[in-house]
Design a protein. Structure first.
Length: 41
């Protein structure tokens, strides 16, 4: 989660970061809804 926040703040999401975050989100569906809720608001 922290990686996703810092990555979006820096504005430079590398493929490695996206891959790591993507795998993490796939393993934690709950985090997906939290992130979507935060990004939606």
């Amino acid at each position: 989660i922290v990686i996703l926040i810092t990555g979006s703040r820096d504005g430079r999401m590398s493929l490695a970061v996206l891959g790591t975050v993507g795998i993490g989100l796939l393993k934690n569906p709950m985090i997906v809804s939290i992130v979507l809720g935060l990004s939606w608001s």
